[in-house]
Write a protein of this length. Sequence first.
Length: 70
Amino acid sequence: MLNIQINNPELEESIKQAYGDDTQSIANAFAEFIKQQRIRQDIAVSIQQLDAGEGMTMVEVMEGIRNEYK
């Protein structure tokens, strides 16, 4: 289990306004945020690879995405 401490009163208040004391909703929102960050990072790496001439076929791309996000 991972515990996260928030040392930003403004952020803490914003979270409380959005989710109240529902820790499960907070955890779900945080998990969704982490997934979105991972996708953004994967896209950034893909762009770097394309810029370096390391492109892949569409079939390879779709197979990789399918395998990674099952």
